[in-house]
Design a binder for this molecule. Structure first.
Ligand SMILES: [Mn+2]
Length: 324
């Protein structure tokens, strides 16, 4: 007798139980929000009791997604099953502890290489371009319903995680999935791209200007970095989610292989975003500082003052390039 595959385990769990709570990581991106919505809305359509929890409320960028108003900040019931989407570790899963009081079954659906299989049921596929891709297959394999709202959420998930089909995780498979969603549910890719990318706040673009003025390239030209301190953050009062994409400027420079963005999110805490073009696995570099992520996009958080953290991390990166 063979063991049921992770797919079968998740599908059986979705069919068997009735009360589900869905959650994702802090400062959710398009893949996290899209995956949460797609799975939540589909389960709701088959009559399940579903709560999609976003403790900080939905990010402004994704207000346009139909169904986003169904997400809640606080739980109102105790679930039989908790489903984590697009979240690499239990500690980053942003759900109120009270949800776990009745010891619900925990399901982990994700595509981060660094995912540590923290749940009882784990569907973790690092080869997937986005968690949205896994959710799409899950809904199809389990014959769960799709509609225009669910399709829009899935499209947003895969489009944002592939940089609108520009990054190296843009595969033939993800393009045909996007094509099917657009055709069958009459989505507008241009409208979705516009909503996600072209509705920035004035303050966030001004802040970007200040951050870019800190940009530097190493003497060996192989890595670059920039930073944002508390003073800049206070001056412009932008949502932290609006800062997420700033890092992409660091490795958009010719010759640069690794780009770093240091964010002093609160006094004594520096969050670092890592990007790489091709040759360097930044999830491994970030792991050195207790972080993780993907080959070409990773993150970590280091305690200390901004200058001290920058000095420490940059000397580590410098050493890496001397040895590689
Ligand atoms: Mn993702």
């Amino acid at each position: 007798m063979s063991l049921p595959s992770a797919w079968e385990q998740v599908i059986a769990t979705l069919k068997k139980y009735h009360r589900f709570t869905l959650g994702c990581h802090q400062h959710p991106d398009g893949d996290a929000i899209g995956s949460l919505l797609a799975l939540g809305l589909s389960l709701e359509k088959v009559g399940k009791q579903v709560e999609m929890i976003l403790p900080e409320g939905p990010p402004l960028t994704f207000y346009f997604l139909p169904g986003i108003q169904k997400t809640v900040r606080q739980p109102t019931f105790r679930p039989e099953v908790v489903i984590s989407v697009d979240c690499a570790e239990r500690a980053r899963l942003e759900l109120p502890e009270e949800i776990f009081a009745g010891e619900p079954l925990l399901v982990n659906i994700d595509h981060h290489i660094s995912n540590d299989h923290f749940a009882q049921v784990n569907l973790v596929l690092p080869e997937a371009s986005a968690t949205g891709q896994i959710i799409f297959h899950l809904l199809e394999k389990g014959a769960f319903p799709l509609d225009a709202a669910i399709a829009g959420a899935l499209y947003t998930a895969i489009a944002t995680d592939t940089g609108f089909f520009r990054y190296s995780n843009t595969t033939g498979e993800i393009l045909s999935m996007a094509s099917r969603l657009v055709e069958e549910y009459e989505l507008s890719p241009s409208e979705i791209a516009e909503r996600v990318y072209e509705e920035k706040s004035f303050a966030s673009v001004r802040l970007l200007g200040e951050v870019l003025s800190t940009l530097q390239v190493a003497d060996n030209q192989r890595y670059s970095w920039m930073y944002m301190d508390q003073e800049m953050l206070r001056k412009y009062e932008v949502d932290i989610e609006e800062i997420e994409n700033f890092v992409n400027y660091t490795n958009s420079i010719r010759g640069v292989e690794v780009g770093l963005f240091f964010k002093e999110t609160k006094p004594g805490e520096v969050k670092i975003s890592w990007r790489s073009k091709a040759s360097v696995d930044v999830s491994r570099l970030a792991a050195h500082f207790g972080g993780g992520g993907h080959l070409r996009a990773a993150g970590c958080s280091v305690n200390g003052t901004l200058p001290a953290v920058m000095a420490e991390v940059l000397s580590f990166v410098h050493k890496y390039f001397e040895e590689n």
